[in-house]
Design a protein around this ligand. Structure first.
Ligand code: LCS
Length: 393
């Protein structure tokens, strides 16, 4: 990338591209587990960090590095750490900052397992968590304890689409010198750049918007500073959370069209949200692009656009949610999100079914809540599909 100051889409296409000895336009896949050393001395230098040569793919690989550099450039961060899944990214962060006696303050509405592991696995290692409604930053301030070692957020959150004021939380965190991590999966760097708002660590399930084609599972962590990068990278390497080169190559290909995919899906989502908001069987719609969203102004300030994720609640509750799921025809009844195809799911019976009734209530996950990831199909077709499914409710 010789030209400087490129715009987002130009960077999405070109950022991080490796120098390939054969001048290929598209970088090759280094599908190898290990790398030859020229000599014992070269090997020794690679291990000593005096030579940047590759050693072993779990530690690093050119195809993976290209993707790490590209996402780090788009997030405006110091460096990227690619991992096998979004959950590998979440756990790399938890394992880096939390330990015996430490405490995390997290938003109460998170992707189910991001919260679930803090409730079921980490307590075994003496780690505690407080889940608060971070859409009011005062709740985050009030939950901080002397051993709080991490503030963990999702904004917009899965599945409630609640928006957290990142600058306000960063101000609180700075007073206590606590690192802040934001799961930026719902926005991608196209719509939101948390590191520019003072956040220390951003992570992604690249399974979603960044890859965008529902054909791989992948994760990424990007840090603001070298210091945080150097804390996180050895945890990823030694826990074996690394990505595979083929997975990295596919993700790098998907990333090239991130901006145009989001623009089209967002254009569709605005119309779908307006359609749903006036539907008599729909109790409410939560979408950052509707003025009825409780943090509409904050969303406009913090995000470049409202994105393509929305939630709505059916007046008929749990059964209505299940009936609607059984009658969609174009939208795929499937979990995941952020792909080119419209996906619909019912958190109360699917992704968030393991949460207690109380946890669902405090996180705003109603029995009739439906989550929609609007795709890039023709919007008339998406609305027609929702219309016929709602008729059956
Ligand atoms: N963070 C967020 C915000 C997510 O939505 C997900 C997955 C993850 C992290 C974990 O990423 P993974 O390991 O799956 O790549 N979200 C899903 C969802 O809402 N339905 O299915 C998966």
């Amino acid at each position: 990338m010789k030209q400087k100051n490129l715009g987002f889409n130009s960077k999405a296409v070109h950022a991080g591209t490796m120098d390939d000895v054969r001048n290929s336009a598209i970088s090759p896949i280094y599908q190898t587990s290990t790398f030859r050393f020229d000599s014992a001395d070269h090997g020794a230098k690679c291990f000593a960090g005096e030579d940047t040569g590759y050693i072993y793919t779990r530690l690093g690989n050119p195809t993976i590095k290209e993707l790490e550099d590209a996402v780090a450039i788009l997030e405006n961060g110091y460096g990227g750490i690619a991992v096998s899944s979004g959950m590998a990214a979440v756990n790399t962060v938890y394992m880096t900052y939390l330990g015996q006696g430490k405490h995390v303050v997290a938003h109460n509405s998170l992707y189910g397992p991001s919260r679930g592991v803090l409730e079921t696995i980490y307590p075994r290692f003496g780690i505690t968590a407080s889940f608060v409604d971070a859409t009011d930053p005062q709740n985050v301030a009030d939950a901080i304890q002397p051993d709080t070692a991490l503030i963990y957020l999702e904004t917009p959150a899965n599945p409630t689409i609640g928006i957290t004021d990142l600058e306000a939380v960063v101000r609180i965190a700075r007073q206590h010198q606590i690192p802040v991590c934001v799961d930026n999966t719902f926005c991608s760097p196209y719509l939101q750049k948390p590191l520019e708002l003072g956040v220390d660590i951003v992570l992604h399930s690249m399974t979603k918007f960044i890859n965008g084609h529902a054909d791989i599972v992948a994760g990424m962590i990007v840090t603001k500073t070298k210091e945080e990068y150097q804390k996180l990278r050895p945890v990823m390497v030694n826990m074996g959370f690394n990505m595979d080169p083929h997975q990295a190559w596919l993700t790098r290909r998907g990333l090239k069209t991130l901006g145009i995919r989001i623009e089209k899906a967002q254009e569709n989502a605005i119309q779908v949200a307006q359609y749903l908001e006036q539907h008599p069987k729909v109790e409410w719609v939560l979408y950052p692009g509707l003025s009825s969203h409780p943090q509409y102004e904050l969303g406009k300030r913090q995000m470049k656009g409202p994105g393509s994720m929305l939630s709505f609640s059916l007046k008929g509750g749990f059964e209505a949610g299940k009936r609607m799921m059984d009658h969609v025809q174009l939208a795929l009844l499937a979990v995941s999100l952020g792909g080119i195809e419209t996906l619909i799911q019912h958190p109360a019976s699917m992704t968030h079914s393991k949460l207690s009734k109380e946890a669902k209530e405090t996180a705003g996950i109603t029995e009739g809540l439906v989550r929609l990831s609007v795709g890039i199909e023709e919007v008339e077709d998406i609305i027609k599909d929702l219309e016929q499914a709602l008729l059956k409710v």
